[in-house]
Design a protein around this ligand. Structure first.
Ligand code: GLC
Length: 469
């Protein structure tokens, strides 16, 4: 090799190297921008693309089952003649811990059938189950090495309920998720105390409690395979801090990097509306409780709701929402880009209450025909639709008709694009005649509404449809 060609090559190599370094630096910049747009970057430790990937199954699912089960199923909402209690009974009836503990040796839900539970969720069209591994009463429904106040040591049942459910969920392809309460009315180190409590606070040390709780959470995310969501709750007491929240968030993600964690891990939640600022507070999604936001939130969210008026089993609560109401709520939520976590409170024997079973079956029937208009959809393009809701998939609009127009004309305000195909989801072969003006599209529907709860009309487009509101 001549000297000149050696220098030539050397210079080329140096130029190439600096370009490479420059390029990777730019990539780094790009990454930073992504991460900064993506909530608390130092917490999530991921780009927007990585986050989208982590959240994908959950966004796709749209519908899950909440299960509130524990010792409180035994009193079934009743204490000294008062019948309005449920999972809060220890506090709402002011039961001393020693007294409440007596439920544990009575907990023997011999009719618990994990296969049946998971099938009921699955047949209803639900894609994940979030169950109380420990509620505020501090009792663990799983085999915990860190306490004797659990199903294995304190009850005659001695079956790891979480293990059986997790295995069954895996079999039936449903995501297993845990609800785990931060607030703990049993653990001696938890603070604060309620005024009426007999539990002494002497020597109590919240830091030590947090270590205990992290230990339990570690059991929950290492002993039961892959977990979809960790759903924290009870973060509102004044002892819990953003630092604790961030620490727990990081800890859980370090054990299962793909897991999804709700915003109640930290202190940023704004009451029952469940909203928060994902850019400043830990958590992957908002948690509206017993309510549906008026519009989408601009970030991931999930409304949790009871079928009657209690989370835990209350034998006297007959105020059940109708199937129509529940299906329309699911659709309403999907049309705003959220998820619906619908609760069941099983009995002390281990059974779902019959009214819950009936509703799950009826929702399942509707989902069998219509789930395409729920799973994997995104929020409506319309500001409001007088007769119902809209969900969206690439190139498709699903119009959910709750109120069938008397004259058979469905007015779709502001639709600017012409669909290449318009049909009922329940009858894809029959095209529906559609007229377009500048202001709206008008679809001619059949005379009677095939499904009085919600009939879905599908519009297919060759490119993304445009709507002016
Ligand atoms: C509340 C209650 C609780 C229930 C939860 C469900 O925060 O404290 O009992 O588990 O909501 O979202």
């Amino acid at each position: 090799m001549t000297k000149t060609s050696f220098y030539g090559k050397f210079i080329c190599f140096v130029v190439f190297l600096s370009l490479l370094i420059g390029f990777t630096a730019c990539e780094g910049e790009q990454e930073k921008v992504d991460v900064a747009e993506n909530g608390k970057a130092e917490l999530t430790q991921e780009t927007k693309a990585q986050r989208d990937e982590r959240m994908a199954w959950w966004r796709d699912a749209r519908f899950g089952m909440f299960i509130h089960w524990g010792l409180y199923a035994i009193p079934a909402g009743e204490w000294e003649g008062e019948t309005k209690h449920a999972e809060w009974i220890l506090t709402t009836a002011q039961i001393p811990v020693k007294e409440y503990e007596k439920f544990a040796p009575q907990f023997n839900p011999i009719k618990f059938d994990p296969a049946a539970w998971v099938s009921m969720a699955k047949d209803a069209g639900m894609k994940y189950i979030v169950i109380t591994s420990k509620h505020h009463d501090g009792f663990s429904l799983f085999d915990s090495e860190l306490t004797d106040y659990d199903v294995m040591d304190a009850t005659p049942f001695k079956r790891d309920i979480m293990k059986e459910l997790a295995e069954e969920c895996r079999k039936q392809d449903i995501k297993m998720c845990w609800y785990h309460s931060i607030m703990d009315w049993h653990h001696p180190d938890y603070l604060p105390r309620r005024k009426w409590e007999d539990r002494s606070s002497e020597g109590a040390d919240l830091d030590r409690y947090v270590e205990h709780m992290k230990g339990q959470v570690k059991e929950l995310v290492t002993n039961y395979g892959k977990i979809g969501v960790l759903w924290f709750d009870g973060e509102w007491e004044n002892t819990w801090t953003a630092d604790y929240g961030e620490d727990v968030y990081k800890f859980v993600r370090s054990l299962q990097p793909d897991i999804i964690i709700n915003n109640r891990v930290s202190v940023g939640r704004e009451g029952m509306a469940g909203t928060f600022d994902p850019a400043t507070s830990a958590g992957d999604f908002g948690t509206p409780e017993q309510e549906i936001p008026a519009t989408g939130l601009g970030y991931d969210w999930e409304t949790c709701m009871t079928m009657n008026d209690h989370w835990g089993y209350n034998k006297n609560d007959d105020n059940w929402k109708s199937t129509q109401d529940l299906i329309q709520k699911l659709v309403d939520i999907a049309s705003k880009g959220g998820n619906f976590l619908l609760n069941v409170g099983p009995t002390a024997e281990g059974l779902f209450p019959q009214p819950s079973i009936d509703r799950l079956e009826a929702i399942g029937k509707w989902m069998k025909l219509n789930s395409e208009s729920i799973y994997g959809t995104t929020a409506s393009l319309f500001k409001s639709l007088a007769w119902g809701r809209c969900t969206v998939k690439p190139g498709k609009l699903y119009l959910h008709v709750f109120d069938w127009p008397a004259d058979g004309k469905l007015h779709v305000p502001g639709l600017q694009s012409q669909a290449e195909s318009v049909y009922l989801l329940s009858d894809p072969d029959a095209q529906l005649a559609t007229d377009y003006t500048e202001e709206e599209a008008v679809i001619s529907l059949p005379g009677t509404q095939p499904d009085p709860i919600d009939t879905v009309v599908v519009l297919e487009f060759t490119s993304e449809p445009e709507v002016v509101n």
